[in-house]
Design a protein around this ligand. Structure first.
Ligand code: HEC
Length: 198
């Protein structure tokens, strides 16, 4: 009994279990901080919320062949330039409205959600809003009363009235504008923005 090989001994496997658990724990902590640095607002790919004060576009980068957001000059939202705290509060209201009304039940956001209705990642840049001047007003009207302001994309599907107030609609629009500024590594591909069309 005394000459069992070291690699089948109980104490060896106990040590292995402890080291693997400790190693996985350290790796998870590292990955958590790494993910936060890639996904928090105000980092390289995800602009700060004050980006809602700026003009946006989404264009193909000729070197990489990938579509990427282009952040331009000042473009106030609803005629206002928001401070960092105001911008965060407005985007936060929009995000909470999107969660409360369960938009992902029909739409995808950054590719996540359901496939009944169009992806909302670049909805702010959709040429269906007709012109940059009309966009904000059309979006508010559509979100507050989609049934009477529907612009069907040929699918014949309709968005139901979700009882969104004007304040919530403005929050949702700020959230959508901010989301359109995120560098999503080329997703969606081949998208013609309202700005590029004009
Ligand atoms: C029951 C399904 C459903 C839910 C829930 C829903 N939508 Fe929609 N939505 C649709 C459909 C269908 C369309 C396409 C309407 C059309 O073609 O006229 C649409 C269109 C849109 C558009 C226009 C898309 C574009 O690219 O121009 C926006 C913006 C939008 N929805 C936002 C939202 C938001 C924000 C929520 C949550 C507050 C939401 N939707 C919840 C079904 C839904």
């Amino acid at each position: 009994m005394t000459d069992i090989p070291w690699w089948v001994s109980e104490s060896f496997w106990k040590k292995i279990a402890i080291w693997v658990t400790a190693g996985a724990f350290v790796t998870l902590i590292f990955l958590t901080f790494d993910s936060l640095s890639q996904t928090s607002a105000g980092t390289r790919r995800v602009p700060a919320y004050t980006v809602i004060n700026q003009q946006l576009d989404y264009r193909k980068n000729d070197q990489t062949g990938r579509f990427q957001p282009v952040i331009g000059d000042s473009q106030p939202l609803f005629g206002k330039v928001y401070s960092a705290a105001e911008a965060e509060a407005l985007v936060d209201l929009g995000k909470k409205t999107v969660q409360a009304k369960n938009c992902m039940n029909c739409h995808t956001l950054l590719g996540n959600g359901a496939y009944y209705a169009p992806d909302l990642t670049k909805a702010w840049l959709d040429p269906a809003w007709i012109s940059v001047e009309m966009r904000e007003d059309m979006m508010v009207k559509f979100l507050m009363d989609p049934e009477n302001n529907a612009r069907t994309f040929g699918s014949g599907r309709k968005m139901p009235n979700l009882g969104i107030t004007e304040r919530e609609a403005k929050g949702v629009i700020a959230f959508l504008k901010w989301m359109a500024s995120i560098d999503t590594n080329g997703f969606p591909h081949n998208f013609t923005s309202l700005e590029s069309e004009e």
